[in-house]
Ligand binder design. Structure first.
Ligand code: HEM
Length: 527
């Protein structure tokens, strides 16, 4: 028992010491003084008390933390900002900001460090994503930049298409054949398998074949890891407890074993001369990279953390963006028709798949609809936290002292009526023409500034190959009896169609995905 209690935080609290202490009046005295002075400070002296917010936020972070851990981060932030404005207190030492210029400021410079909350998101080592260290982050971003540049991505476009749209089409064709010309598919699942296979090929040296087998144990383990990361983000102590559970230990073993295996396979392929160079392959780039801090290559542990973070960061973000897009297309049939007309007009030759550059150039309305979806239902809506520096920071007219965690509520900026006319409507036209180009910069779904998402180009390569090809070759519609249809209107959204309920696990996803994310698919016929 003593050894259980004697962990890294509370080494002095052995059971015998605790017994002695608890008998002593001094213990109760010290505890009472500490408690009362802390309460007094929080109620009357904390400089954050001038920030508007709910009464409980002066005393405790628990309500926010619990909501966040349960996947309601967006909902609670929305309510707070609706009531208190662009800045709201969420805990004794935390605030939330929903104002675009405040968010941009916090993302503009390494002076505003990534919150230390993220330090727990790791297996062994800090990664490009979890680190709050400027030198380390810059080093990793330099190392991986070639893989995510357009020049690099052009070298792997075939891999992206093979594991992306081509694999999806094979799956759809086989389902349609099984259903004698028509099939109902769960599109969130199909997109998740697709993006996992793309990241598998680029980061783990081979596809997981999740599309062919409807999933892969690594993908399941990593997804569970992401769920847990949401909880450990707000309850960091849980990460220590969790690592005692057999299910977590086994999941870790699986991921580590798989990652080590692919590294060995790659080394062997290089020795045998069977690995083709000249491709911007994320695994190879990290395996060749040298840490400027030590002059050494990345250790296996460092590689594992980077591979896992790429899998977490690069799969659901992209698949869920496509999921929300299809859902919203189904709710807005006139807009969907306009997107289809553009694709069919621009790409009448169905013998060749549409490639990324062509789509980007020839399909401005489709591209605008993706931006509008990212604004209206951004997958990263809350969950980005930064820390205020020693000199503090001015946000929304308030001076925020040092050491405060600032939650950046992108959703607020994306619905700010000072920036967006009728923000509740789905209107791709706001991203058309020269004015539209300016508005694209207001979409913060990939963050902005020094830690903007490095994988955004890859996400666009996937989206702009999957969506146009899907639209051109298949006829998609809502199944009979769908709850969410263009006619089901939401009075809280100015009578726009009701959008399916969501859950925020760092990334926003549909809450009832099995029920709500189905479409009827047929081959498109031409008159
Ligand atoms: C639509 C798809 C995507 C969205 C919306 C998205 C969004 C974001 C956001 C908001 C951040 C900043 C998080 C923060 O600072 O706390 C981020 C960072 C990151 N993303 Fe993405 N992402 C997407 C796709 C990808 C892809 C495809 C990859 C890689 C394969 C990727 C890899 C990363 C990495 C490594 C970081 C950490 C960068 C850093 O901290 O310096 N993301 N992403």
């Amino acid at each position: 028992m003593d050894s259980l209690i004697q962990n890294k935080y509370f080494g002095f609290l052995t059971q015998s010491n605790l017994q002695k202490l608890s008998k002593s009046k001094i213990f109760y005295g010290i505890f009472a003084v500490y408690f009362v002075s802390k309460l007094f400070y929080r109620l009357f002296l904390n400089p954050l008390n001038k920030i508007p917010g709910p009464w409980w936020a002066r005393l405790t972070s628990l309500p926010f933390r619990i909501s966040y851990a349960m996947g309601n981060g967006i909902k609670v932030s929305k309510k707070l900002h609706e009531k208190y404005g662009p800045i709201s207190r969420i805990a004794p030492d935390e605030i939330s900001v929903a104002d675009a210029s405040g968010i941009r400021k916090m993302l503009s410079s390494f002076r505003y460090k990534k919150s230390r909350k993220f330090e727990h998101v790791k297996v062994y080592h800090q990664s490009i994503f979890s680190t709050s260290d400027e030198t380390f982050n810059k080093m990793r971003r330099r190392q991986i930049a070639p893989a995510y540049s357009h020049a690099g991505l052009d070298t792997v476009e075939d891999v992206i298409m093979e594991n992306g749209i081509i694999s999806l089409k094979k799956y759809l064709d086989s389902e349609i054949e099984k259903g004698n010309g028509v099939s109902t598919i769960n599109y969130i699942n199909a997109f998740q398998n697709l993006t996992s296979d793309v990241i598998g090929s680029l980061t783990f040296g081979k596809s997981f074949n999740a599309m062919g087998n409807n999933g892969h144990p690594i993908v399941t383990a990593v997804n569970r890891g992401r769920r847990l990361s949401t909880v450990t983000l707000v309850f960091p102590f849980i990460s220590d407890i969790l690592s005692l559970f057999p299910a977590i230990i086994n999941a870790k073993k699986l991921i580590i074993g798989y990652s080590l295996n692919v590294m060995d396979e790659r080394k062997l392929a290089i020795q045998e001369g069977s690995y083709k160079t000249g491709k911007a392959d994320i695994l190879q780039i990290y395996m060749d990279a040298v840490n400027t801090t030590s002059g050494k290559k990345l250790s296996k542990e460092e590689l594992i953390d980077e591979m896992i973070i790429t899998l977490i960061g690069g799969t659901d973000t992209t698949s869920l963006t496509m999921t929300w897009l299809i859902h919203i297309y189904m709710l807005y049939p006139q807009i969907y028709k306009k997107v289809c007309d553009e694709v069919l007009e621009q790409f009448p030759d169905r013998s060749k798949p549409i490639r990324h550059h062509e789509a980007k150039q020839k399909l401005p309305y489709l591209v605008a609809s993706v931006y509008e979806c990212m604004r209206l239902r951004g997958v990263s809506a809350s969950g980005t936290f930064r820390e205020t520096p020693a000199e503090g920071v001015e946000l929304c007219g308030y001076n925020i002292p040092k050491g405060v965690d600032v939650s950046l509520y992108f959703e607020g900026a994306h619905h700010d009526s000072k920036i967006w006319e009728n923000p509740q409507s789905f209107n791709p036209d706001r991203f058309m023409g020269p004015e539209g180009e300016k508005m694209k910069k207001e979409v913060l779904v990939f963050a902005t500034g020094i830690r903007i998402c490095p994988g955004r180009n890859l996400a666009w390569y996937e989206i702009l190959t999957v969506i146009p090809n899907l639209i051109r070759d298949y006829d998609i519609s809502l199944p009979e009896g769908s709850i969410y249809t263009p006619k089901n209107l939401d009075p809280t959204r100015n009578n726009e169609p009701v959008i399916i309920d969501d859950i925020d696990l760092i990334i926003r996803k549909p809450r009832y995905e099995k029920r709500d994310c189905n479409i009827v698919v047929k081959h498109r016929t031409f008159d």
